[in-house]
Design a protein around this ligand. Structure first.
Ligand code: HEM
Length: 339
């Protein structure tokens, strides 16, 4: 069986931002201010309509895109979209460099959360059962690997949220080989040092973790405090903006919101505060760093060797893993033509 690490992944141009979105002014946005980009139009949201793949590998994925974005998300930054973003993280976030170094069974962005009936029942995955039920039939129906469905869904979900950046989508993951290791996903009661160490073991720097954690801009909680089920992490849960950073760093607790201890700790801990607060009011900076970190997350465990990034109208891009860099893709372009 092919291993994920040696698999050739194809870049498919299936997730493009469409309309422009103008975030509400801070006054209309419900307090905390400064998070939405100052009322300037930002791109994001809408169902992408590109269908002219030059690489035949990509063609089935337009059907996957439509089933997810149209059928499951209904084009909205709603509960299914936010669950899909968390699902992508909970699938990929079981990856461990330490396990890999010891040649032990590993996790990663392989879609195991969709195929292993026990994984989604773990308490750390509470709240993800419904999105697994909705996405679960797609691999068989559309003849694509489960990992591609999970990670395309995560990328499309970000795009469904107004302000959400485009994230390159790679396809061609092999079927999951292992049961994802248990106990590797973070919980909000862990101290900052444990959390940053765990993300380092996934391959993420603190800066990348602080960018990724901004996905809580579109999150709700149900299980941390069930008496406040459906409280949100910021006051603009349906918008991909930087209010999460602004409001988490501010000691005020706004109505309808709940702050995770871990998020509050990131805002103030000496090791994370600079990188956390750097995103306040900086939509473009955050979008770009979030997109890069999410792309990396969507490939965890599968990027050891190399892959081809097949862009429409651009040269093939070779990617090599470089473990000495925190952003560990070294990019080289050649003049080979695309498929
Ligand atoms: C220190 C790391 C993290 C911790 C401790 C953490 C913890 C949590 C918790 C406790 C919830 C609420 C679950 C519930 O009660 O329903 C949640 C929700 C969520 N998380 Fe995280 N998370 C972390 C990192 C991430 C990352 C890296 C992403 C994505 C890139 C992410 C995306 C989400 C989303 C989108 C939700 C909302 C899900 C929904 O509303 O259905 N989280 N997280």
């Amino acid at each position: 069986m092919r291993s994920f690490a040696s698999t050739l992944l194809a870049f498919c141009a299936i997730a493009f931002a469409m309309p422009q979105f103008t975030p509400p002014s801070p006054a209309a946005g419900g307090g905390g201010g400064g998070g939405g980009g100052g009322g300037k139009p930002i791109t994001g949201s809408g169902i992408p309509n590109v269908t002219n793949a030059r690489n035949p590998t990509c063609i089935p994925y337009y059907g996957v895109r439509d089933a997810i974005m149209g059928g499951i998300f209904q084009g909205r930054c709603g509960d299914n979209a936010r669950a899909a973003i968390r699902l992508a993280f909970h699938d990929a976030g079981t990856f461990s460099l330490a396990l890999q170094a010891n040649a032990l069974p590993n996790g990663g962005a392989d879609g195991s959360i969709l195929t292993d009936p026990n994984e989604v029942l773990r308490s750390e995955n509470n709240g993800l059962q419904n999105i697994v039920r909705l996405l679960g039939p797609l691999p068989a129906q559309l003849r694509v690997p489960p990992g591609d469905v999970v990670h395309l869904a995560g990328i499309l979900a970000v795009l469904a949220c107004p302000g959400g950046p485009q994230i390159p989508a790679f396809v061609g993951r092999p079927a999951p080989r292992n049961v994802a290791p248990d106990g590797l996903l973070p919980n909000p009661e862990q101290p900052v040092a444990e959390l940053t160490a765990r993300f380092a073991d996934m391959g993420f720097s603190i800066r990348e973790l602080m960018a990724l954690i901004g996905a809580h801009t579109t999150g709700k909680q149900r299980f941390v405090d069930p008496t406040k089920a459906n409280s949100t992490f910021d006051t603009t849960v349906d918008i991909w903006d930087t209010r999460f950073y602004t409001q988490t760093a501010d000691p005020t607790v706004l109505p309808g919101t709940l702050k995770l201890d871990s998020d509050v700790n990131f805002a103030v801990d000496a090791t994370t505060t600079t990188d956390f607060n750097r995103f306040i009011g900086k939509q473009a900076v955050w979008s770009s760093e979030y997109a890069a970190a999410h792309e990396k997350m969507s490939l965890l465990g599968g990027r050891r060797d190399w892959s081809h990034r097949l862009q429409r109208d651009s040269p093939v891009e070779h990617r090599h893993y470089d473990s000495n860099r925190s952003v560990n893709w070294r990019r080289e372009t050649t003049d080979r033509s695309v498929g």
